[in-house]
Design a protein around this ligand. Structure first.
Ligand SMILES: [Ca+2]
Length: 298
C-alpha cells in the first residue's frame, strides 16, 4: 500500500467550538437503538463527526513517550485523522514509532456500552488497519472491563492481533467478537496499541449489536436446561432432535471455564461441580444452529 503520510491532514481542535453542539446531538442520536432485521445496534462509532475523542466520551491513556518525526501529530495516545487518500473517511489513529524505542502503551477506551439483559446475544464488529508492512506492521490488544474505565479494570482480553492488515480501510474485513457473555452488563472496550516500533494503527467502524442469531434454525431449535439453577449436574437436551456438537461454558467475565464436544447427542449431562457459584453462559453448537443459555451455579 502506498504511504499515506505525505497527504495526511489532521482535524484541528480549533474547529471544535463551532460544531460542538451539532456533534453532541449526533452522538446522542447514534447511541439510540436502531433496528435492523433481527439485530439492533446499541453502540456505533465511525469517527466521522468525532473531532475530539475525549469530549466525545472516549478515555485515552498515553505512554508518555515521544513520537518520531512526522508522527508528532500524535501528542495524545489516539487522535482522529482524515487520511486524504481515504477522504472523507475519518478513523481513530495511534502511533508506536517512538523515539524511546520502547513498546507503545496507548489506550483508546470506549464510552460505557450497556447490553440489555433481554438480549440473547451481542456482537462487536470493527475494522483495524496498520499503515505499514512488517516489521512495522502494528498489532494491538482488545480488552474489556465490566466496571469502569480504569486501566486495572480491563482484566479480560478479547483479542490479540500481532499485525493488523495493511490495506485501504474500505477493503478491511470487519473483525467480529462475540460479546454474548456480557449480556445484561455495562461494558467498556479498550483498543491498546502495544506494538514495538511500528508505524500507525487505525481503528474504525465500531458497532455493537444485540439480538438473535441470523440463522433461521435458532428460532426453531430450542434446548432445555435442567435443573437450572443447579449445584452439580445439568442436563441439556434439544426439543427437536438437533444434535449437539460443541459446548463452551464461559463465566460472567467471558473466560472459558469448560469445553465439551459431544458426539452428535441430542442430550448431554454436564457435571459443573468444579465451578464456583455464580452466573455462567453456555454456547450450544448443533447441526441445526447455535444458541447461548445462562446457567446459575449454586
Ligand atoms: Ca470512519
Amino acid at each position: 500500500m502506498r504511504s499515506f503520510f505525505y497527504l495526511k491532514k489532521i482535524l484541528l481542535r480549533e474547529f471544535l467550538n463551532a460544531i460542538l453542539l451539532k456533534k453532541i446531538t449526533f452522538i446522542l442520536g447514534s447511541l439510540l437503538v436502531a433496528s435492523s432485521g433481527n439485530t439492533q445496534t446499541i453502540f456505533t462509532e465511525d469517527f466521522q463527526t468525532n473531532t475530539d475523542l475525549v469530549v466525545s466520551g472516549w478515555t485515552l491513556y498515553n505512554d508518555g513517550f515521544t513520537p518520531n518525526g512526522y508522527q508528532e501529530i500524535f501528542p495524545d495516545a489516539w487522535a482522529v485523522v482524515e487520511w486524504a487518500e481515504e477522504s472523507p473517511n475519518i478513523a481513530a489513529a495511534s502511533t508506536s514509532s517512538l523515539i524511546e524505542g520502547l513498546a507503545a502503551d496507548r489506550w483508546l477506551v470506549s464510552p460505557a456500552i450497556s447490553i440489555p439483559s433481554n438480549a440473547s446475544l451481542a456482537t462487536l464488529k470493527f475494522k483495524a488497519r496498520c499503515m505499514d508492512v512488517a516489521p512495522r506492521q502494528d498489532g494491538f490488544t482488545l480488552k474489556i472491563s465490566t466496571t469502569n474505565t480504569n486501566k486495572s479494570s480491563f482484566t479480560t482480553t478479547l483479542l490479540t492481533v500481532d499485525n493488523a492488515p495493511n490495506m485501504m480501510l474500505s477493503d478491511i474485513p470487519l473483525t467480529e467478537i462475540d460479546l454474548s457473555p456480557f449480556v445484561g452488563q455495562t461494558i467498556y472496550l479498550a483498543w491498546i496499541n502495544n506494538f514495538l516500533q511500528g508505524n500507525i494503527l487505525n481503528i474504525d467502524d465500531i458497532v455493537v449489536t444485540k439480538g438473535a442469531l441470523a440463522t433461521t434454525s435458532f428460532e426453531t431449535t430450542s434446548f432445555a436446561l435442567a435443573p437450572n439453577p443447579t449445584k452439580n449436574r445439568i442436563s441439556i437436551s434439544s426439543s427437536n432432535k438437533a444434535m449437539l456438537t460443541n459446548l463452551v461454558f464461559t463465566d460472567a467475565n467471558g473466560r472459558i471455564v469448560k469445553t465439551l464436544t459431544p458426539q452428535n447427542s441430542t442430550q448431554i449431562v454436564v457435571d459443573i461441580t468444579d465451578l464456583e457459584s455464580g452466573v455462567y453462559f453456555v454456547k450450544l453448537d448443533s447441526n441445526e444452529g447455535e444458541t447461548i443459555k445462562k446457567i446459575i451455579k449454586n
